[in-house]
Design a protein around this ligand. Structure first.
Ligand code: ZN
Length: 457
């Protein structure tokens, strides 16, 4: 059981608080290998909920899942110049197998563009083979020097979509579509407000034509890049000779995209919603949406109360609510409340002998407010409504810094050096100010675009 020491507060030390929330909720633990992370069942359950929701959204937009190997021939990475420059410094390389030195070293995938395009070159011949819309759920390895649980780990879990299209317009539409899928997921499921837009050249994915991102603002006013969608142009198609015969009979390179989100989202969820008492998890992604704590003194009370708790569990489960009865012996109700609070369970129902007699239960919300009695009759409908309300309440606002930007890399670099803030995105029209800024907020020259700055993870 987690220890009962109070957490460091967010105001005192946000970073210490973040780690303590994770430990108290038993979401993850440090591994014997530096920079790697063990995802514990409570944390993995959140990731599974995320996966299920996203996977359905990918399928609803026409994508299929596939799986590509973990090992990539080292020479593949070198075929796209920017790609190798961007990723080579952080790759793990296997030089021996079965006790023998390998003829060609193998890179443990940091991302899978190269191996996937080597296969697309075999599979795609004609415009009739397009589009190819594939996603893979996998782990990747990037040798990070400074790591944080969920936010930046040497190995992490993610999905990577890789699509190939006949035209530039189709590839751009796909890139934008998937950015929107991410935004919808982050807002509707994670209750995490995000803004979307274009990355500047210095923050672009290595090998991409354009990178779009979803940026979310954490409680300490630092931004988290929560998902990216890249229009790769024909860069990887050229590097891997992915050509197709067009409807007109000529030969062209395919236009491609890639897009991904990772277990970093779990870190984003923690930092967006949690409080000084521990994890706060939006109902839609919670492992258990409701925990029932039976309260009893005598054996007779115990039998009655447990029976009522199990019946209530059955009714709620039948209504599609993820519910758990904490019937552990030898743990006091107060200790149970404390534990489930730290784990972010949205709703707690306490059922004692008097509640059973009155056909009711005491309802407590993780996000505060008074505990109140609720009738068992109609409880599932009531809880569905409560969950919807909590989901919406959790979707609060964000405080990015908006300003004009002249477009020069020099200004961008100076701002980063002096304020530690980076341009998160050049926001999409719906996120722009009603009156666009006329001048660059740094140098005062005419503004070329509105930009959004924040310190970032
Ligand atoms: Zn400037």
């Amino acid at each position: 059981m987690a220890d009962s020491k109070a957490l460091t507060t967010r105001a005192a030390d946000f970073s210490a608080w973040y780690n303590e929330v994770i430990m108290r909720a038993e979401l993850a633990d440090y591994s014997p290998v530096r920079g790697c992370m063990v995802i514990r069942p409570n944390g993995y359950a959140i990731w599974e909920q995320m996966q299920r929701a996203l996977d359905q959204m990918f399928k609803d937009t026409g994508h299929q899942n596939a799986y590509f190997p973990l090992f990539i021939p080292q020479s593949f990475l070198a075929r796209e110049a920017e790609h190798v420059e961007g990723f080579a410094p952080e790759t793990a390389v296997v030089t021996h197998g079965g006790g023998k030195e390998l003829e060609e070293p193998l890179v443990v995938r940091p991302t899978s563009e190269t191996i996937i395009y080597s296969m697309y070159a075999k599979w795609i011949q004609s415009y009739r083979d397009l589009p190819v819309l594939i996603n893979q759920w996998a782990n990747v390895v990037r040798w990070e020097l400074r790591t944080r649980l969920f936010l930046r780990t040497t190995e992490f879990l993610w999905q990577e979509g890789h699509t190939a299209h006949a035209t530039e317009e189709e590839a751009e539409a796909e890139t934008r579509q998937m950015l929107n899928v991410y935004r919808t997921f982050m807002e509707d499921w994670m209750a995490m407000p995000v803004l979307t837009g274009l990355k500047t050249d210095s923050e672009r994915f290595a090998g991409a034509l354009r990178t779009y991102a979803c940026e979310a603002l954490m409680q300490d006013d630092r931004a988290l890049q929560a998902g990216t969608s890249h229009n790769l142009g024909q860069n990887f198609a050229r590097a891997f000779e992915v050509t197709f015969q067009t409807a007109e009979g000529s030969l062209d390179y395919v236009w491609s995209t890639s897009w991904g989100v990772s277990t970093r989202l779990v870190g984003g969820l923690i930092m967006t919603h949690s409080d000084d008492n521990g994890l706060v998890c939006p109902p839609k992604l919670a492992q258990y949406q409701v925990v029932i704590v039976p309260i009893h003194k005598t054996d007779e009370e115990r039998a009655t109360v447990l029976d009522a708790a199990q019946r209530t569990r059955g009714v709620l489960a039948a209504a599609g609510i993820r519910v758990h009865v904490d019937s552990r012996e030898g743990v006091k109700p107060g200790a149970k409340y404390y534990e489930w609070e730290g784990r972010g369970v949205p709703f707690r129902l306490e059922i004692g002998p008097r509640d059973v007699a009155a056909s009711s239960a005491m309802l407590a919300r993780r996000t505060g407010g008074k505990k109140e009695p609720v009738p068992l009759d109609g409880l599932a409908e009531r809880l569905h409504a409560e969950m919807n309300r909590m989901q919406i309440e959790l979707l609060g606002g964000g405080g990015f810094v908006y300003g004009g930007f002249c477009g020069s890399g020099e200004c961008e670099a100076q701002i980063k050096e002096q304020t530690k803030a980076t341009i998160r995105v050049l926001p999409d029209p719906e996120f722009r100010s009603p009156t666009p800024p006329a001048t660059c907020l740094w140098c005062g020259r005419p503004s070329a675009a509105e930009a959004v700055w924040a310190k970032a993870y």
